[in-house]
Write a protein that binds this ligand. Structure first.
Ligand code: FAD
Ligand code: UDP
Length: 368
């Protein structure tokens, strides 16, 4: 055995795990099939602008321990996410708040907005929402639903809101103040220069091999490490014996535009079904950039097919049942730890991934 740990995936989970174990004197080999480290938080530089290669990543957490942890590896700025939504040429504030309600109904007091929503929920007769459409209608009423939710959500998930679980929309804050901060978290920011520097610092002391797919590597090097940490898709690990889990994929169309300010905001959501992308990201605004040009990414949701990047797990009943079957197999796998977004088939935010990697380290240390 050359290493104590073979870590599959140089994303946040794998990198935090590697850092903690090298700190404790263990040897780690980290492999990734991509040609760079960082997984989906990977950032690159273009014309002096930090580009979030796999979609906008805003760090936010309520957990002081996690905030202190990431701040050891990079300096965070004071960015606050305040996306706007464009629907048929009109601009609205997100998340749903008094600015949104004022724009839609002309109301200036919270009571007016609350009464309107309460009355429309009453007239629709929805008591116990069974799907995303019913949940959204009872939360914000038909006007907000039609303009800001229906088109965006159906593009994002590729199916009607009536066939989606209510839980997806419950992620979004609803408030009756004029506060455009998308997150309610205690801590928020963007690492200056991007996330790649943080990952580099975490991987210091580990051996790293890129362009290396574990699904082939494992046959040639079955005994390279005492334990394996696997953060790729759990169904792929088991050669899809029960069939593939479902994911949602994305296509990013990134271009440099010859203007110093293209859209005046980091994140602009396009909520009409007539526009095929969900959002436009102007990367320089994450770091308050003053460069003469700008880099903009349009994010297109696409149907996932085997071989494509699996960005979002589809957390519905059928996939939950399938995942439970893979999880049972995973429990029986000796000396393998499954973790991260793909290994646990969970939509994890970055702070949750870091917390779960730290927990996995503690569990492994106390077991050995
Ligand atoms: P990943 O980053 O996916 O890393 C897994 C790695 O494993 C990848 O590099 C992959 O190439 C590698 N791998 C897979 N299979 C193999 C194999 N067979 N062999 C070798 N390597 C393999 N979170 C937030 O907190 N805030 C945000 O604003 C936010 N925005 C997001 C926007 C988008 C579009 C997406 C998709 C996610 C966003 N997230 C956000 C979530 C965040 O990206 C994840 O929490 C985090 O990146 C998960 O880290 P991970 O290590 O689990 O997975
Ligand atoms: N959503 C919406 N309109 C928007 C933004 C989000 O209807 O302008 C819905 C959509 O269903 C999405 C969910 O809210 O899947 C969660 O949004 P969030 O921004 O948290 O998405 P994620 O972080 O999952 O990309």
């Amino acid at each position: 055995m050359e290493y104590n740990y073979l870590i599959v995936g140089a994303g946040l989970f794998g990198s935090v795990f590697a850092h903690e174990m090298t700190k404790r004197g263990h040897s780690c080999l980290v492999i990734d099939k991509r040609d760079h480290i960082g997984g989906n938080v990977y950032c690159r530089q273009q014309s002096g602008i930090t580009v979030h290669e796999y979609g906008p990543h805003i760090f936010h957490t309520d957990d002081e321990r996690i905030w202190r942890y990431v701040n050891q590896f990079g300096s965070f700025n004071s960015f606050v996410n305040a996306p706007i939504a464009v629907y048929h040429g009109d601009v609205y504030n997100l998340p749903f708040n008094m600015n949104t309600f004022c724009r839609i109904w002309g109301y200036i007091t919270p009571d007016e907005a609350k009464n309107r929503i309460r009355e429309s929920a009453k007239s629709l007769g929805i008591r116990d929402p069974r799907n995303l459409e019913e949940q959204a209608l009872s939360m914000v009423g038909p006007e907000v639903y039609e303009r800001l939710i229906k088109g965006y959500t159906e593009k994002q998930w590729g199916r009607p809101c009536k066939e989606l679980p209510p839980s997806i929309i419950r992620r979004l804050p609803l408030r009756f103040t004029f506060d455009n901060n998308y997150f309610t978290s205690k801590y928020q920011g963007i690492p200056i220069g991007g996330y790649t520097g943080i990952i580099q610092a975490l991987l210091d002391g580990s051996d790293v091999m890129l362009n290396t797919d574990y699904l082939q590597f494992r046959h040639k090097h079955p005994d390279i490490a005492e334990k394996t940490v696997y953060t790729g898709p759990i169904d792929a690990y088991f050669d899809y014996v029960f069939g593939p889990l479902e994911y949602r994929s994305l296509r990013f169309d990134t271009r440099e535009i010859c203007t110093d300010n293209y859209q005046g905001n980091a994140v602009v959501n396009f909520t009409s079904a007539a526009i095929p992308y969900t959002r436009a990201i102007e990367h320089k605004h994450f770091e308050f950039g003053k460069q003469p040009t700008t880099v903009v990414t349009l994010e297109y949701p696409v149907k996932w097919e085997p071989g494509m990047e699996p960005y979002y797990p589809v957390n519905d009943e059928a996939n939950y049942v399938l995942y439970s079957m893979y999880k049972r197999l995973a429990r029986k796998e000796r000396n393998v730890i499954f973790g991260g977004r793909l290994g646990s088939y969970r939509y994890y935010d970055m702070d949750q991934v870091i917390a779960s990697a730290l927990d996995a380290v503690e569990k492994d240390v106390s077991a050995s």
